[in-house]
Design a protein around this ligand. Structure first.
Ligand code: ADP
Ligand code: MG
Length: 708
């Protein structure tokens, strides 16, 4: 029977019990699924070591020698067996804690020792090594690369360790060699010089040499990424067909604001507004990601686009992740719109809007008199109903969950004159992020959104100077802070706050606050953190914004969007505990006025070379994209700011978005070439892709099509 249809229960060395475990632990149900469990590493078994060659870094090694002496210590469960192994010149120690009675040792016999050495004082020891009498060593055992498979505790309890997995998979080899149907067409295999699926599977499990193993893995990675891209791009093509509100007019409010601006828009801002306006005219729903470094002027772009929609008779909203930000956007918008008088009606709705104040807002939304609603998650409440919501801005979108965004679709409970519900047309969606995302990652995480980039800062900004100090330079840093404050500037002091460590971190924050109060008795200091009541937090923030306090001590709650142009120093405590993109975000809180600004990174006196590298990147560059790229390389995609909350949408088993960037680009191109000609995969020659997509059933939970 074909491998794809054979139940694992009937694979050799499996059986009902183990099949059950494999299904539960790895979601493996067929022989082909088993073959899709790729090794996570390989150990070179063609190399033999001498004990004298070992160093602490060694992982697994094999050594030929004899057991010269052994003894057991303790009794019963606590019994352990210790033996001395001699390779002709040097000795090492072998130890068994478990299954001692099964270990049969013989003097004067040549053994192959295989295991992972660790050094204790001057002697290397191996815990639970494999020890095989030399006459039982088969050529396969010491040939080439030995694959290692992921296993779980439950699997191990049923004897399904890496070695057992290898044995089970090895049994499938003869059949595998007869060939499995490929999942990628011959033309693509040829164009991108990829192995067939059959060859790739053989070589990923039983590699002849390193090169064929690498080629096999490249092919399998490409395949995985190709199907992710095919899925994303097909979604995008489908959605490009969604109907959308048509907003062709560039109207009076837009022009009035443009004329009233105290400065000229940057070239990048103008370009992006054009791109968005083209979408609004198109008759199809817009789904666009606006990337722009901190301070690049995204808020104004959002406002101008809202006015485009308002001039066409639609309502709009701007959703922010925190109350502080929503308040600030509201104030910013009102300031920009002041010259327009009553022409634009802006309202604010957050969790702390009182029930009494909500009534006129709900009414204003329903009867269409409110043009722009700024707010937090509160916008998503069921009570919030619109007359005709046409344009939605989501700021710092990664802070919103997927399900929350989906709610925006159902907001227009529009009823036609005759009492019939009108068809639901989704609003245009603009997602804004100040966390630049490396290109190859964006291709996957935001692969189905059109992307606009503001790659230019407003003129006249002086680049922020970044300095890295050890804790023992604190006095100097304080002196510097004092000088700035005496010149009339304000200072942020930020402490890390990690959920798992919250109590300790809050203590650090409090101590830091006390210390600063002592060091700067002549100044006023505010403090904010996530555990405070919203009202207290806002009060403290407000004191800093208005200039009443000179120093703001905070956790990362101020990370996004806060705008106090008079603040010129960002001092970050324990900078080693922040991610690079997060540091960059924090740094973006200063340098927003005309004065020279500074970012001071304080780290422990003793730091790792990794930390030093990261601090150096921050000191060297202000370019958010370069920093994001470095962050991706250093931390991998899972931890990357901007993808954490939403999670990387696709489970990748073999490809790695941090290191396989080139393959991501190739796979996307290959998928695009196919869909450009045959967007719905209806062509007979593309049936292979359509079928495979259906079988893969790539996590449908992630379904941007219905979200943004
Ligand atoms: P972002 O949200 O992208 O981090 P903001 O929208 O907060 O940036 O803009 C930062 C500051 O720059 C704000 O004070 C804003 O008024 C100002 N600004 C925006 N566009 C321009 C421009 N074209 N020229 C000068 N200043 C600008
Ligand atoms: Mg902003």
């Amino acid at each position: 029977m074909e491998l794809a249809y054979r139940d694992i229960t009937y694979c050799k060395n499996v059986g009902a019990k183990r099949a059950d475990i494999l299904r539960k632990e790895l979601s493996v149900t067929t022989a082909l699924d088993l073959l899709r469990q790729y090794p996570y590493k390989y150990i070179d078994r063609s190399r033999f070591y001498k004990i004298a060659e070992l160093d602490d870094e060694d992982t697994y090694v094999q050594i030929v020698g004899e057991v010269t002496e052994w003894h057991t210590i303790g009794i019963g469960k606590a019994q352990r067996l210790s033996a001395t192994f001699f390779d002709g010149t040097h000795q090492c120690e072998l130890v068994w804690f478990q299954g001692v009675k099964y270990v049969k040792l013989q003097r004067g016999v040549k053994y192959l020792l295989f295991g992972k050495p660790s050094r204790f004082q001057h002697i290397y020891n191996f815990v639970h090594p494999e020890l095989t009498p030399w006459d039982k060593v088969t050529p396969e055992m010491t040939q080439g690369l030995e694959p290692y498979y992921n296993t779980t505790e439950a699997m191990k309890r049923h004897g399904l360790n890496s070695k057992a997995m290898r044995t089970i998979i090895a049994e499938l080899l003869p059949e595998l060699k007869m060939g499995v149907p490929d999942t990628i067409g011959a033309d693509i295999l040829q164009r991108y010089r990829l192995m067939s699926l059959t060859d790739a599977m053989i070589n990923v499990h039983f590699p002849k040499d390193t090169l064929s193993m690498q080629n096999a893995r490249a092919r399998l990675k490409f395949e995985e990424l190709f199907y992710v891209q095919l899925q994303i791009l097909r979604q995008m093509k489908r959605r490009e067909q969604n109907p959308g509100f048509t907003m062709p007019i560039v109207g009076s409010r837009f022009h009035a604001l443009y004329k009233a601006l105290p400065f000229e828009l940057t070239g990048a801002q103008k370009r992006v507004i054009h791109e968005i306006h083209d979408d609004l005219k198109s008759g199809h729903q817009m789904n666009r990601l606006l990337q722009g470094d901190v301070g690049s002027g995204k808020t104004l772009v959002a406002l101008m686009c809202c006015l485009l929609a308002v001039d066409n008779g639609y309502q709009t909203c701007i959703m922010a992740p925190t109350e502080i930000l929503a308040n600030q956007h509201y104030e910013t918008l009102k300031a920009f719109l002041k010259p327009l008088g009553d022409a634009v009606h802006v309202a604010l709705l957050t969790g702390s809007t009182s029930a009494k104040n909500r009534v006129p807002i709900h009414n204003g939304l329903m009867n269409g008199t409110i043009h722009i609603l700024v707010g937090t998650h509160a916008l998503l409440e069921d009570k919030v109903q619109w007359n005709n919501l046409g344009f939605v801005v989501i700021d710092e979108q990664h802070r919103f969950g997927v399900a929350q965004r989906a709610k925006l679709w159902t907001k227009n409970r529009r009823v036609a004159g005759d009492g019939h519900a009108m068809p639901d047309v989704p609003p245009h969606i603009l997602v804004m992020t100040a966390t630049p995302i490396p290109r190859t990652l964006a291709m996957t995480v935001y692969g189905d959104l059109h992307v606009s980039i503001i790659d230019e800062l407003p003129p006249g900004r002086k680049p922020i100077q970044t300095i890295h100090y050890n804790l023992n330079r604190r006095a100097q840093v304080y002196a510097f802070m004092r000088k700035q404050i005496d010149e009339g500037r304000q200072v942020y002091v930020v402490y890390p706050l990690i959920k798992e460590n919250e109590k300790m971190d809050l203590l650090d924050l409090q101590n830091g606050f006390n210390e600063l109060c002592e060091a700067f008795p002549e100044y006023k200091i505010s403090m904010v953190h996530g555990q405070m009541k919203a009202a207290d937090k806002d009060l403290q923030m407000q004191r800093f914004v208005s200039g009443e306090t000179q120093i703001l001590v905070a956790t990362t709650v101020i990370e996004v969007g806060v705008n106090v142009p008079n603040a010129t120093v960002m001092m970050i405590q324990n900078a080693e505990r922040f991610g690079l993109s997060q540091l960059h975000q924090l740094r973006g809180r200063v340098g927003r006025g005309g004065s020279q600004s500074y970012c001071v990174l304080l780290t422990d006196n003793e730091i790792s070379s990794d930390t030093r590298k990261r601090m150096n990147i921050m000191v060297e560059t202000n370019d958010g994209f370069r920093i994001a790229e470095a962050d991706l390389q250093l931390r991998g995609p899972g931890d990357l700011e901007g993808t954490q909350q939403s999670g990387t949408p696709f489970d990748l088993h073999i490809a790695n978005l941090a290191t396989d960037g080139r393959l991501v680009a190739l796979a996307r191109q290959a998928a695009k070439d196919i869909l450009d000609v045959d967007p719905l995969l209806e062509d007979e020659k593309n049936r292979i892709y359509k079928n495979q997509l259906d079988t893969l059933r790539i996590k449908q939970a992630y379904n941007w099509g219905e979200i943004s």
